[in-house]
Design a protein around this ligand. Structure first.
Ligand SMILES: [Zn+2]
Length: 380
């Protein structure tokens, strides 16, 4: 099938081809390649047990089904799975995966957790690096929801340097295509609706217990800017300037500190982001990344296929053609037919492709359905 027909199949028939080679629809401009060449990703959770031969077999299945890039999880807030010089190392896994992925013609992007840090040596030695909630409680002592919600404060210089070290180490891997930032945010002040019963919380508004960060550094930096101590505000979480300060503290870490390192080394830099970005203080649409992988995990929000399509559309519109968006899909809650529908919904909403969480959750039928829909996609 030709590209023009594929675009029709996906319901993009109304897309107009401009003389200068840019597609326009609903006032959004796209580079030719962004909209026409579909690219798909798969997150791979850490697994040191699988043999090299089995990885090669898995990668071959993925490649044939239309996956172009894999995202191996090489830092999980506790251990690094590459030869880090500054983090506890659980195994040199990235080194293996890189070689094997390249053999199968896949791009490899190192998936790293960013703000949570559950390394005892760090939280014992530097407890002041950690975020503090609106009640003055540190995430080391009283993490929100789950024990591992020990997040570092993005306003602290020592924290920025600590996270930079990881990105620098990764950027030095010649074969690596990119660095993928996960948990690049603050804790959920309101957690996804369907997860609230799981954590036994009812969040009808923003409560100080889940609202971060009120550490000395954040408060004094905000006071310098505005003359206000956020703790003296009547309802601090609803104060626009204070909200923006928190968004900006994460944005500045990304744009001013991490992106330049990746660029200097010729690496792509991407992130896994939230549809309800305000709740995690993650204003990702202003980040200078090469691509965005929003986690549109429909079941967390009581969503359906239409929700996936609407959220994809929203994200694409927010980026306004500055970078491609790949819809993140939660495969454990999608049967093979639903996966097909979810991919279709994402492409209908102008995603540049999908990212699957996670590779090991796909059955043979899932892979077959993905490969069927991708066979229609333009192949260069
Ligand atoms: Zn802080």
């Amino acid at each position: 099938m030709k590209r023009s027909e594929f675009i029709k199949v996906l319901g993009l028939g109304a897309v107009g081809l401009m003389a200068n080679g840019v597609f326009l629809r609903h006032g959004l401009a796209y580079d030719n390649d962004q909209i026409r060449k579909i690219k798909n990703w798969a997150w791979i959770t850490t697994d040191l047990e699988i043999s090299d031969d089995d990885w090669l077999r898995k990668f071959s299945v993925m490649r044939n089904a239309g996956i172009d890039a894999v995202l191996p999880e090489i830092f999980n807030s506790r251990e690094a799975y590459y030869a880090s010089q500054h983090l506890p190392v659980g195994g040199e896994w990235l080194e293996r995966i890189l070689t094997l992925a390249k053999k199968e013609g896949l791009e490899a992007h190192a998936w790293m957790w960013s703000m949570p840090c559950n390394i005892p040596e760090i939280y014992e030695k530097y407890p002041e690096w950690y975020i503090v909630n609106g009640n003055g409680e540190s995430s080391v002592v009283k993490p929100a929801y789950v024990d591992y919600y020990k997040f570092l404060c993005p306003s602290r210089e020592e924290v920025k340097e600590f996270i930079e070290k990881r990105v620098k180490e990764l950027a030095n891997y010649d074969e690596l295509d990119g660095i993928h930032l996960d948990y690049i945010r603050l804790p959920d002040v309101i957690i996804a609706e369907a997860l609230q019963p799981r954590y036994n919380v009812v969040q009808d508004r923003e409560y100080p217990e889940f609202d971060y960060c009120y550490c000395e550094v954040c408060r004094s930096k905000f006071k310098e800017q505005t003359g206000i101590d956020p703790l003296e505000l009547e309802n601090p979480s609803q104060n626009e300037e204070w909200r923006q300060f928190r968004y900006d503290s994460v944005t500045s870490l990304v744009n001013d500190r991490l992106v330049p390192i990746a660029k200097r080394h010729g690496k792509k830099i991407t992130a896994a982001v939230f549809p309800n970005w305000e709740a995690v203080r993650q204003q990702w649409m202003v980040w200078k990344l090469d691509a965005f992988l929003p986690m549109l995990y429909h079941n967390f929000y009581y969503g359906d296929m239409e929700w996936i399509e609407t959220q994809t559309q929203k994200g694409v519109a927010a980026l306004a053609g500055r970078a491609p968006l790949y819809t993140g899909l939660f495969v454990p809650e999608l049967n093979p037919d639903e996966l097909r529908q979810a991919v279709q919904a994402s492409l209908n909403a102008y995603a540049a492709g999908v990212s699957l969480f996670h590779a090991n959750a796909l059955s043979e039928d899932h892979w077959r359905n993905l490969s069927e829909i991708m066979r229609l996609a333009p192949q260069e």
